[in-house]
Write a protein that binds this ligand. Structure first.
Ligand SMILES: Cc1cc2nc3c(=O)[nH]c(=O)nc-3n(C[C@H](O)[C@H](O)[C@H](O)COP(=O)(O)OP(=O)(O)OC[C@H]3O[C@@H](n4cnc5c(N)ncnc54)[C@H](O)[C@@H]3O)c2cc1C
Ligand code: FES
Length: 266
């Protein structure tokens, strides 16, 4: 797919470590919730980011600052030019009538437009957002706006309920209040979401992250095992599709080695 130049129109601090970027691409980019784009900064790099709001003429991204590329994203100013390639990947599929939308930290990125999209289809949304503390709850207002019921959790109890989003999910599933689960966030959280959905026999889709380089199913960098590629077959997977893959067990970095083996040993 050819890169499309896009102008930065806004770059605001959302909460600790997180920025929200608004971009105006020179050509329309049609996308669905769950899909992603490759964001390029001239002379820097190109990295995958989820579509996190807006429409085909204005793209919203939620960027957590974790390393060199995202630090550079944080310094982009209105009027700067970047490029976008995409959309890539498989989006979420709407199922059921009462959805749990479970977000861990920046995992909220694809779930804000998903919640909106589900609501527009008459599906009742239970939005759950969790983070370590009260200033690490990105897109809190938007997820709340697109939820019929909204729940916050923090690990230190500084906002909402003390604990994890999966604690809330478990209660909703036990009470029979949801008939579909959608989730994005840290893989340990996703593994627990999948386990709960399986236990309560509710269909579940999760958005999985692997090291994406080409985004087009060519380089093999994002292999998940069992022949699945995150950029082509995901990033959204049904829980059953993840059985027997590296999901929840191994995450590989840029070199293809497991991430804990890539770090230099002291
Ligand atoms: C489909 C998909 C959607 C994503 N959506 C978002 C999003 O909406 N918001 C957001 O903040 N982040 C998102 N990410 C993760 C984001 O791409 C990385 O955080 C970013 O590339 C980090 O680059 P860096 O140079 O700042 O950090 P680095 O120091 O290079 O890395 C920090 C961490 O990011 C991971 N990472 C680095 N490069 C990549 C890559 N090319 N693909 C996957 N992981 C990488 C590393 O493995 C490491 O765990 C998404 C990743 C994927 C695969
Ligand atoms: S990133 Fe190259 S195959 Fe998926």
């Amino acid at each position: 797919m050819n890169p499309v130049p896009a102008r930065v129109v806004e770059n605001r601090r959302e909460c600790e470590r997180t920025r929200v970027l608004r971009l105006e691409p020179e050509e329309e980019v049609r996308w669905l919730p769950g899909q992603f784009l490759m964001l390029g900064i001239p002379g820097v790099d190109e990295k995958p980011m989820a579509f996190s709001g807006g429409d085909e003429r204005e793209l919203v991204l939620t960027v957590e600052v974790v390393g060199p590329f995202t630090r550079r994203c944080a310094r982009l100013r209105p009027g700067d030019w970047v490029w976008v390639r995409g959309p890539y990947g498989r989006p979420f599929e709407p199922v059921g009538r009462r959805a749990a939308v479970v977000a861990g930290g920046t995992g909220v990125a694809p779930l804000v437009p998903l919640a909106r999209w589900l609501r527009e289809r008459g599906i009742r949304v239970h939005g759950i957002l969790g983070g370590p503390h009260r200033d690490r709850l990105p897109r809190r207002r938007e997820l709340e706006r697109f939820s019929d019921e909204f729940y916050l959790t923090t690990e230190d109890g500084s906002a909402g309920r003390k604990g994890y989003p999966t604690d809330v999910l478990e209660g909703l599933l036990r009470d029979g209040r949801v008939d579909a689960v959608y989730a994005c966030g840290p893989e340990a959280m996703l593994a627990r979401v999948v386990e709960l959905a399986r236990r309560f026999r509710v269909p579940c889709q999760v958005s999985v992250v692997r090291y994406v380089k080409c985004g087009e199913g060519v380089c093999g960098s994002c292999a998940l095992g069992r022949g699945l590629l995150v950029c082509r077959d995901g990033p959204v997977f049904w829980a059953e599709e993840l059985e027997g893959t590296e999901f929840g067990r191994v995450r590989r970095g840029a070199s293809g080695l497991p991430e804990d083996e890539e770090r230099p040993r002291s």
